[in-house]
Design a protein around this ligand. Structure first.
Ligand SMILES: *Cc1c(COP(=O)(O)O)cnc(C)c1O
Length: 375
């Protein structure tokens, strides 16, 4: 967009993304995982924060291996960064093998048919193209089932046609450190690795990294923790990455009896001051935030009132001084004291959803290592 004066943005929410904090989080996770390699999961536009800015920042922090969900995302990442390893988590769909090779992308092969298709592609081109192979150990989402592994074993010689970069699996309950399913999956994964041809292995997402060394294998795959979301059931020294501010659009005095917002779900019982702010369900504050959650204004909580609208929602600012709530004042929806995790908990959603749902309409401002601000 052409250069606009600062006041052009006064009525718009602002998402501040600290790329330096993402690098710090990467380096912390890497130090926990060492000697295993630490990759970065950047699917869904780097969890909503902007692949174009986040991926180069991670690469500058030393990350060489990236996981992303779709082929289209992978092509975009390849166009940004030429010399990194990129794995496509959603796997190899029919007819796509040549495209993977064209863009130097590696599939995570999720079933036996995908393994066979990749082997056939390698044989056709007489090249040992690399790929990861995903073994299901209890998630029942993606990956070769136990039955498929059984069918693979007598034909395991075919894997010589390709390069198995990683045997991979994924934990279902890693956010609960004491859940017995973690150890069960670890045992199942280890048993499978013993039967299969030797290759590096990868099991843990962010939360899995904290389960201990035995969960690290050769490569870990954090996503959420890079972006400051805490997936653990305990505090962690993560740097906050996201700050979300939205301006007050209008303030009104409301007398009782009255109601606020669509469907009149909030009943006013005493005189109140109510502020409308520029963030709604199109900006990641879904209806689960209706009458739940709050913004911070000058260190005070301003609770959400009524149904969230598409482009706005209302706050109770009765207790906040008038000069702190003038139209144009920015209120904090996510910040260091009011994190992705606390916001998600209040609404009863996942911190992952909160982050990826933030949407495309905010003015995104990237803070970089040098404190240089770039849009
Ligand atoms: C999304 C994903 C990750 C990253 O998970 P986080 O919990 O965000 O760290 C790792 N591995 C796989 C297979 C994934 O789908």
């Amino acid at each position: 967009m052409m250069d606009m004066p600062e006041h052009f943005h006064t009525g718009q929410g602002e998402l501040r993304i600290d790329l330096n904090a993402i690098s710090n989080n990467y380096l912390w996770l890497k130090s926990l995982a060492e000697p295993a390699t630490c990759s970065a999961v950047v699917k869904a536009n780097a969890y909503g924060l902007g692949l174009d800015q986040v991926a180069p920042a991670l690469k500058n922090a030393g990350c060489q291996v990236f996981f992303i969900a779709t082929l289209a995302e992978g092509v975009r990442l390849r166009q940004l960064l030429a010399d990194i390893d990129i794995y496509i988590l959603n796997g190899l769909m029919p007819e796509q093998a040549a495209l993977f090779t064209e863009f130097n992308l590696m599939p995570v092969l999720n079933d036996l048919a995908q393994v066979r298709a990749w082997v056939a592609h390698c044989r056709l081109n007489q090249q040992q193209y690399p790929a990861a192979i995903h073994l299901d150990t209890g998630m029942n989402r993606l990956g070769l089932s136990a039955k498929e592994v059984e069918a693979l074993l007598p034909n395991v010689g075919m894997l010589e046609a390709m390069q198995v970069k990683y045997w991979m699996s994924h934990l279902a309950c890693s956010t609960e450190s004491s859940n017995p399913m973690n150890a069960e999956q670890l045992t199942r994964f280890t048993a499978l690795l013993e039967q299969l041809p030797p290759a590096p292995a990868s099991l843990s997402n962010s939360a899995g990294i904290l389960l201990g060394k035995s969960y690290h294998f050769d490569l870990v795959r954090p996503g959420l923790a890079l972006y400051g979301g805490n997936p653990w059931d305990q505090p962690a020294p993560l740097s906050p990455v996201v700050r979300l501010l939205a301006p007050i659009l209008q303030v009104r005095e409301v007398k009782s009896p009255a109601t606020i917002g669509y469907d009149a779900t909030y009943k006013v019982e005493k005189p109140m001051r109510v502020a409308a702010i520029a963030a709604g369900y199109a900006d990641g504050f879904g209806s689960f935030f209706s009458n739940r959650g709050y913004a911070m204004i000058d260190g005070e909580k301003a609770p959400f009132l009524g149904r969230v609208s598409m482009d706005s929602m209302m706050l109770d600012v009765t207790h906040i001084p008038v000069d702190k709530t003038r139209p144009g004042t920015r209120v904090e929806l996510i910040g260091p004291q009011h994190t992705i995790n606390t916001g998600a908990n209040t609404a009863g959603i996942l911190s992952y959803e909160m982050l990826t749902g933030l949407g495309a309409r905010y003015r995104k401002i990237y803070l970089e290592a040098s404190c240089h601000v770039r849009e």
